[in-house]
Design a protein around this ligand. Sequence first.
Ligand code: CMC
Length: 500
Amino acid sequence: MRASESRGSCPRANTATRVEHPPRAFEQIPKRHYASLKQNTGLKIGRLRGREGFAMSATRDTLTITDNRTGKQYEVPVKDGTIRAMDLRQIKAGEEDFGLMTYDPAFMNTASCKSTITYIDGDRGILEYRGYPIEQLAEQSNYLEVAYLLLHGELPTEKQLADWRWNITHHTFINENIKKVLDGFHHSAHPMGMFEAMVAALSTFYPEAKNIEDAACRRKQIHRLIAKVPTIAAFAFRHRIGLPYSYPDNDLSYEGNFLNMMFKTTELKYQPNPVLERALSVLFILHADHEQNCSTNAMRSIGSAHTDPYSALAGAAAALYGPLHGGANEAVLRMLNEIGSVERVPEYVRRVKAGEFKLMGFGHRVYKNYDPRATIIKQIAYEVFDVTGKDPLLDLALELERIALEDEYFVKRKLYPNVDFYSGIIYRAMRFPVDMFPVLFAIPRTSGWLAQWVELLEDPEQKIARPRQIYLGRRTRDYVAMKQRDGAAAGQAAGAGGEA
Ligand code: CMC
């Protein structure tokens, strides 16, 4: 298996064994025994050498660790290219020692779960949902079918899809009291803040959602959440601009209905433009899941405390809101507006390289190649522009991309456009205001968050998420009365992170 972020981890518990002697890497085995050894043990036979000409190295799926503090050796299993962190706990420098831990801020090299939902090969720019390449799904599927796939593991039959659609379509309305919650927000409130608050508020309307062990109850909340997030998003937008709410139209598709709730004005029946409806479906497919990113990690972390899915999803949406994550699409548009013209691109890139700020919509923790989602978005941009007219910011974005991709700074760091670089330009052409962009990310990501949440709850190896820390602060000391405190010393201690 390739070294990949999607690779599984976590060999079985307590499988590590301490070896008193050097590991048995070389065995003296007569040649005639090779075949049966290979067959019976699954060992990989290495090079030949040694006495009688038949010694050989035998490789095992283990890792041998020598602790130079004690001289002891340990052998721990390697499974799916991973060692289990708990296998290191037995490695101690002395009786009182807690045992070895790993230190991995930002989870740069730690798998937190096993998953079968989304596969990413960041070096080769590959993204698959349940094994289906994102390019095929974007071309042939639609968002609701992909949401079903993410949650159920397989594409639906005709009947399953019809039932799924029915269930989603018939949960699109929100309780009228939710509107009163919305009315409490200022008209200048950011729609993402309203979205988070309203999703969290839903948990008070469906208290039974706490029964997270009950699969049928979970399904009901999944239908409700996928159905209601577009309604909440559209209502937040209309509250923002002071328009009356446009209620869901169950005759329309998921995407068409969202456009109806966003943009319907005086017409009796809203008719979505089929090109824009389809473009929105593709954008929703591309944003539906992306394995263990910041917001999904938040969903899993909150969910691991057995919190109800509405509260957990509100937390995930809050993580998504950040400009380094789903808020980047909004930041890209603000950046392009700030640059203003193609002539000013080189100067802007110079300032990025000088470390003044980051080029928003560029770079990714996982992709060290062109983000496959950005490639697809760039293609559909032209279809949207045929309907809406070309957005002048496109030329600016193309020039920015061209210059950045030729520049050594970006080449060396493998920084390519990500999903957020072009999505905002399309959303703007479709008349979505800039501050709705993160909300447009949250709507489809809801299905991915929920799929990951269910997988977490059904995984017997998962427990409440609880990282360890390396404590570097002061230890037990006596309380100092106010009169005896030395201000300078206290300030110094705080500034030094408690090291003083
Ligand atoms: N512009 C300029 N330099 C960058 C950028 C950028 N956008 N991204 C990374 N770098 C540099 C960074 O300064 C560092 O340089 P050096 O090695 O000299 O210190 C190097 O590239 C490695 O970057 P990093 O910060 O260690 O990478 P990371 O994996 O921690 O961060 C990232 C990934 C996405 C947060 C980051 O690339 C970034 O801030 N990009 C801009 C925000 C953005 O577009 N976010 C959307 C991500 S895709 C959608 C999503 O996940 O929601």
